[in-house]
Design a protein around this ligand. Structure first.
Ligand SMILES: *[C@@H]1O[C@H](CO)[C@@H](O)[C@H](O)[C@H]1NC(C)=O
Length: 504
């Protein structure tokens, strides 16, 4: 018996060592590719104090703490940046949020593992797969200055800087550019209309994190948008730490019904409503944060430990508060739709919304919409149809919702899967392919999503319909109609789409 368990021990530690060797030797993970736009990208994790409020009175059984108390707002900012960053600034940040054990334990808890050794094993795997990845982008880089777009296509940054009589500075720029192999003079011209930077608030899916979409969001930023990806503390993510202004830390783990005490007891629907209301409040706080940064009258203090804040004063007068778009994936898309309920109004000065795979089980979708919308679904999401809260098939509900606004698009990217807009297909392409059976290359799928998103954001600012937005309806009924009526349309990067709804 003793021999057996010893054998088992030896065997399992050997297995772990072997796995470790395998992971470190095989190129099972890939680095994230450069962003698709012309601007350099700055990146910053930011946590700020908000007006404290309780969204729902339920408490957590384990700790007795309030489950839906909004204390601080945490976001990851992706933004277009001016050159040059200081040599001391890191050029990338780790893809895995720190501490890794928080996320490892969080995911373990999420799948019902409460035994610490197994939680450590989850952390180990996360570390093995994720620790090699970094999010490209300069941490705390200065935000794109209004002078930078002075680059006129022919001119380049260096000559301009030399002419302006700042030799020291330009030498430094040159050095940094050389080191970083940056193409100069390629920044897109910001016309008069874009003197100030337009804004995007992004909300992640169930079990997602604010950094799970870094390529998609960083790319949008590289086209000239300031993107804030919310790290939701509504109990939908794997785990997050709230750092309040008194330097007190509290953990937010993934929440399910059994974790909560409430009088009367909560139902599944109550939990979703509470979480969506929590998300709506966080979206509202993000817009408020943009406004505060733009006004620049009070110093914004970054409560996130070890995260800098020197770029923040640079946002003063740089943000276009009339150009705020909300976007989200899955549960987050349901949240983005919810944010449109009474928008636009003074608390939610939103100009439109982008939804990727709106949730199938995250509660009914808000259909009170008076703003332009873009709904993009993965092939997988469109093909697998479910009855949706007694309102018909999910596809039909989404189609009606967009159609009724008269000013939205609804389309499907063929051959893609639910996680195709996340970083997963870039970091672990083989695992993604095996797990989701996508037929479309992961990079192409992301390229198509990014291109169409940037075109939609451009449309909100200048009314131009480019790329997929210029196409006509090719497949009105999608998976619920006749298959011969499902015509495919070629996207800009070789993928195929089905267009279900376009504006009237
Ligand atoms: C701000 O955005 C609005 C709406 O897109 C646009 O009409 C306006 O020109 C922008 N303003 C600046 C200063 O960029």
């Amino acid at each position: 018996m003793l021999g057996l368990s010893r054998n088992f021990l030896v065997l399992s530690s050997a297995t772990i060592l072997f796995l470790f060797l395998l992971i470190s030797l095989t190129p099972i993970t890939s680095p994230l590719p450069p962003y698709t736009g012309d601007y350099e990208v700055g990146i910053l994790d930011l946590e700020t104090a908000v007006e404290r409020r309780t969204i729902h009175a339920a408490t957590i059984k384990e700790t007795g703490a309030k489950a839906f108390e909004l204390e601080t707002l945490a976001v990851t900012l992706y933004y277009p940046s001016s050159l040059p960053p200081l040599p001391s600034q890191p050029w990338a940040r780790p893809w895995l949020p720190q501490p890794v054990s928080l996320i490892g334990t969080g995911y373990a808890r999420l799948i019902g593992i409460h035994w610490p050794p197994l939680q450590s094993l989850a952390t180990f795997f996360l570390w093995a797969f994720g620790s090699g990845s970094v999010i490209p982008g300069v941490v705390d880089a200065p935000v794109l200055s209004s002078a930078f777009p002075d680059v006129d296509g022919s001119g380049n940054v260096l000559t301009k800087l030399r002419k302006s009589g700042k030799p020291k500075h330009s030498e430094h720029v040159e050095e940094v550019l050389e080191l970083r192999d940056v193409k100069v003079g390629k920044g897109p011209k910001l016309g008069k209309k874009m003197e100030k930077l337009p804004l995007v608030v992004f909300t992640h899916g169930m079990a997602g994190m604010s950094q799970s979409y870094s390529h998609y969001l960083g790319s949008i930023a590289s086209h000239g948008y300031v993107v804030a990806a919310v790290e939701h503390r509504d109990g939908s993510g794997p785990g997050s730490i709230v750092h309040d202004p008194d330097a007190k830390e509290s953990f937010v783990w993934h929440l399910s019904l059994e974790d909560l005490t409430s009088d009367p007891p909560m139902t599944t629907e109550d939990l979703k409503t509470a979480q969506l209301n929590f998300r709506e409040a966080e979206i509202q706080e993000t817009i408020r944060l943009f406004d505060r940064l733009n006004q620049g009258s009070e110093k914004t203090i970054n409560l996130k430990p070890a995260s800098p804040e020197s770029a923040l004063p640079g946002f003063k007068d740089r943000l276009n508060m009339s150009a705020v778009t909300v976007a989200g994936h899955s549960y987050g898309a349901t949240g983005a739709l919810q944010a449109l309920k009474n928008a636009p109004n003074t608390k939610m000065p939103i100009n439109g919304a982008m939804m990727l795979d709106p949730g199938k089980g995250s509660g009914p979708l808000n259909d009170k919409i008076e703003l332009p919308t873009l709904v993009m679904q993965s092939g997988e999401w469109t093909e697998k149809q479910v009855e949706f809260y007694g309102q018909g098939k999910h596809f039909e509900v989404v189609r009606k919702l967009v159609e009724n606004t008269g000013m939205g698009w609804f389309m499907t990217l063929k051959g893609s899967a639910h996680p195709s807009c996340t970083d997963a297909p870039l970091i672990v392409p083989w695992i993604m392919k095996l797990a989701t059976k996508t037929t479309l290359d992961g990079r192409v799928a992301l390229r198509e999503y990014i291109d169409t998103s940037v075109n939609f954001l451009g449309y909100l600012n200048n009314g131009e319909k480019k790329g997929m937005l210029s196409k006509e309806v090719s497949s009105a009924a999608g998976p619920i109609g006749d298959s011969e009526k499902r015509v495919r349309v070629q996207g800009g990067f070789g993928a195929e789409w089905e267009v279900h709804v376009v504006p009237k």
